[in-house]
Design a protein around this ligand. Structure first.
Ligand code: HBI
Ligand code: FE
Length: 285
């Protein structure tokens, strides 16, 4: 999830360290919270085989943290040997530069609070279920793990160039809401989708949204909404396409894009590789 929220941040920031990390305090989770976690996990796990990328499904098969809210240090014992990433606990959204610095050092910030039962189907801000169920399995994939570190390194540079908005669009349309081609058809690898009960089928099956081929500059010039299902999804061929596209220095891209009017989230351009032109991309609010 990204850091664009107008309302006050949820979470307790009173005990953050200089790098915005906190202790997970796993013993403070209530039985009701562990139960809510089990229900969220069971629901999403039933949907993953039909809609998630093979890489995500493979990792989910090797992880089993559906019994209750996981302990970050227990997962780190598996994650570190796999891709040298580790999870750090945070109270919620952290400043962009702090977030990038963690990613650049292979530390993934995971929110410690869990949503309320009434938020079972949808939540705007990232809670522990979004961060954990949506993002953590992909950090076990070596190519994707490298991409996430490169994104962090790129974010630090973007911060210096005042280009965070353009870069966060790339994160949004790939890491959060990305689709990928597979031999069995289009699937998702986006954390915002994988942790969402409704959007995981919508992004693949609904005729409403656009589905367009990945195009780096096009994505960095396309606005997104944070509080509805996406109006357009971008499709990569494979993770190496993502990694290769983001290998070069982005400064010339930012110069090329600066000052250009961004496209609306529902736009379809003549230059787009259109997998599906949505019949109603903009949903009734
Ligand atoms: N903080 N904890 C947390 N999680 C995120 O996903 C996150 C963040 N801060 C900023 C952010 N994401 C995005 O805006 C970056 O892509 C810029
Ligand atoms: Fe996220």
């Amino acid at each position: 999830m990204t850091g664009e929220t107008e309302h006050a941040l949820r979470g307790d920031y009173s005990r953050v360290r200089a790098d915005y990390t906190v202790d997970q305090e796993w013993d403070t989770y209530s039985t009701a919270e562990h139960d809510l976690w089990r229900r969220l996990y069971a629901r999403q796990l039933s949907l993953v085989p039909r809609y998630a990328s093979e890489e995500f499904c493979d990792t989910m098969a090797s992880l089993n943290y559906g019994e209750g809210i996981p302990r970050f240090d227990v997962i780190n014992e598996k994650l570190a040997p796999a891709t040298h990433w580790r999870l750090v606990a945070v109270p919620g959204l952290v400043p962009d530069l702090v977030f990038f610095e963690h990613l650049a050092n292979r530390r993934f910030p995971v929110t410690v609070w869990l949503r309320k039962p009434e938020e079972f189907d949808y939540i705007v801000e990232p809670d522990i279920f979004h961060d954990f169920f949506g993002h953590v399995p992909m950090l076990f994939n070596p190519v994707f793990a490298d991409y996430m570190q490169a994104y962090g390194q790129g974010g630090i540079k973007a911060h210096q160039l005042g280009a965070i908005e353009m870069l966060s669009r790339l994160y949004w349309y790939t890491v959060e809401f990305g689709l990928i081609e597979t031999p069995k058809g289009i699937r998702t690898y986006g954390a915002g989708i994988l942790s969402s009960g409704g959007e995981i089928s919508y992004c693949i099956e609904s005729p409403n949204p656009n589905r367009i081929g990945f195009d780096l500059l096009r994505i960095m010039q396309t606005r997104y909404k944070i509080d509805t299902f996406q109006e357009t999804y971008f499709v990569i061929r494979d993770f190496s396409q993502l990694f290769e596209a983001t290998a070069p220095d982005f400064a010339p891209y930012y110069d090329h894009l600066r000052g250009r009017e961004p496209y609306a989230p529902s736009a379809v351009l003549a230059t787009d590789k259109v997998y599906h032109r949505g019949i109603a991309p903009v949903r009734a609010a």
